[in-house]
Design a protein around this ligand. Structure first.
Ligand SMILES: [Zn+2]
Length: 296
């Protein structure tokens, strides 16, 4: 099995859906960020959420999902691109109890109260106004709050499901989800039918834990409603950082600040929050940068 999204539309053209399987990249990224247990689960949920958002972007667009809450996690930030690549990081809530404590999420979801923001942007158009939509975390459950975002900000009635299973070590064992949406022209009957099947799909966790092609999720949602697969896309984790970008960021600090870094520490260290790569500018490199900024 590989990480993919499967995108489909009903033959009537009025109901569209995407199902996602991203077990491998979610596990790898959580491991890289040294997240386990509920932190790993929350991070993988945010990654599935990012793919749900980016599955309907145009080529060259980036979706940035930023969740800030007061639950288990303080912040999760995910950049997802139309080409199926993703990167992200998570800031655990420092107030969370030590691992091993079982949380009661029956009243409020693990994300707690806070804000869910979505920023849609083209990285290749400098100065282009990004689209930003923000909604409150209503339930603390990411899938439900994403459905609310879609209705509130994009006026598209949607049902969202996200599931992450952990193994005995607290690592991601499987991660996936879906979004299904009513397009203009969808009949009440079609919407009611889809709603009923989404509600009856009580065991998404079980389906995701089988870890098979996500087309099976679509089959369960659409059932007797004929649908056409529009796209099957390979998903992967990919960061966009580079030494060149780090260098440009350092130049922006200015010659005086760079000089004091050189005098006090002797080297500059910049860690990418997304992929944890550590970029270092040694003494010689710093001197070169200072000379360049002074020359400008
Ligand atoms: Zn990076």
């Amino acid at each position: 099995m590989t990480d993919v999204w499967q995108k489909c539309i009903s033959s009537s053209g009025t109901i569209r859906g995407v199902a996602i399987r991203c077990t491998d990249l979610a596990r790898d990224l959580a491991d890289k960020h040294e997240l386990t247990g509920e932190n790993a689960r929350a991070f993988a949920e945010a990654l599935v959420g990012g793919f749900i958002l980016s599955s309907y972007t145009k080529e060259g667009e980036r979706m940035n999902l930023n969740i800030k809450g007061d639950g288990w996690v303080k912040q999760a930030l995910v950049d997802a691109y139309a080409d199926g690549t993703i990167r992200g990081y998570l800031v655990p809530n420092p107030a969370q109890p030590s691992t091993g404590v079982t949380f009661d999420f029956s009243n409020e979801g693990p994300w707690g109260k806070g804000l869910l923001s979505v920023l849609r942007k083209r990285d290749d158009q400098v100065g282009a106004e990004p689209y930003i939509g923000t909604v409150p975390l209503l339930t603390g459950h990411l899938a439900k709050d994403l459905a609310f975002y879609w209705l509130q900000s994009e006026q598209v009635p949607s049902a969202v499901g996200i599931s992450v299973n952990l193994d005995w070590e607290g690592r991601v064992a499987s991660a996936g989800g879906f979004i299904v949406q009513a397009m203009p022209g969808a009949t009440d009957e079609e919407i009611a039918g889809i709603e009923a099947r989404v509600v009856s799909m009580t065991d998404l966790a079980k389906e995701v834990s089988i870890d098979r092609d996500p087309v099976h999720i679509l089959s369960q949602i659409f059932q007797d409603m004929a649908f056409v697969i529009l796209e099957k896309k390979q998903l992967k984790a990919q960061c966009r950082c580079s030494w060149d970008r780090v260098r440009r960021a350092l130049v922006l600090i200015g010659p005086d600040e760079l000089q004091s870094i050189l005098d006090d520490i002797g080297e500059a260290s910049v860690k990418c929050e997304f992929c944890t790569t550590d970029y270092k500018a040694d003494r010689a490199e710093l001197e070169k940068l200072i000379a360049e900024t002074k020359a400008d």
